[in-house]
Ligand binder design. Structure first.
Ligand code: MN3
Length: 236
């Protein structure tokens, strides 16, 4: 009974067509729920040196982020959440569902975090995003101060965010643990920049000096990426 053909006709479905010797045709369709994938870093582990060290990036990406992603997939497997986008999962999230809340946040937050950093970056944003920053915070300096304050004053573990609201206005907020602005009770914007202030993101290099880590984060922000996210989401 040779398998004569194998046709992928939907991204998440595979159809096997078995041609039987008797010339009867049997079609078997298997739909596989797509799992959330661990994004590769878009640069080398040591690319953000000297601001973020290689060992921290290896542990942070390969252990922490991979762990969140795998546990998220386990938590939603076989449930009504499987197959939904992560944004849809957050929009109607039961905050008492700790496994989805914590690991879903851990997956989404870090996937964004890797993208908004890069080697040889930093500096200041330009274009439409710069205009929106100046309108919301008075100046880039004003933005930098307010964002740094949100990151510095987050008690314990969490994140600082720059978000865009429908219409293009910007806001800054902070969330505890792996929560984010897309979850119920968040600041109702789409995150376009996030800073992880969990100790696992800086302690090996900076120990207790979170302020120095925040200061140096501005040397690796990929404003081209943040601008692109701004453009894609300002009218969402
Ligand atoms: Mn982290």
């Amino acid at each position: 009974m040779p398998i004569s053909d194998l046709v992928i006709y939907k991204p998440d479905c595979i159809r096997f067509i078995l041609l039987l010797l008797s010339r009867k045709c049997l079609t078997l369709t298997i739909c596989v729920e797509m799992a959330f994938e661990i994004d590769n870093l878009p640069y080398a582990y040591d690319a953000l040196e000297p601001y973020i060290d290689e060992q921290t990036m290896r542990l942070h990406h390969d252990k922490h982020y991979a762990g969140y992603t795998n546990k998220l997939n386990s938590a939603i497997e076989g449930t009504a959440l499987a197959g939904q986008s992560i944004v849809d999962i957050f929009s109607d999230l039961d905050m008492d569902q700790a496994a989805v809340r914590n690991n879903g946040g851990g997956y989404y937050n870090h996937s964004l975090f890797w993208k908004v950093m890069g080697p040889g970056k930093g500096g200041e944003p330009t274009g439409a995003l710069r205009g929106a920053i100046d309108r919301a915070f008075g100046s880039f300096r004003g933005f930098r101060g307010e964002f740094s304050q949100a990151a510095a004053t987050r008690f314990g573990s969490g994140w600082a965010w720059l978000c865009v609201r429908n219409g293009g206005a910007l806001c800054i907020c902070s969330t505890p643990n792996q929560d984010n602005p897309l979850m119920p009770g968040g600041c109702e914007g789409m995150p376009i920049l996030g800073l992880d202030v969990w100790e696992h993101s800086y302690y090996l290099k900076y120990q207790n000096r979170r302020l120095e880590y925040i200061e140096n984060f501005f040397n690796v922000i990929n404003w081209d990426c943040v601008s692109q996210l701004y453009e894609e989401n300002k009218q969402a």
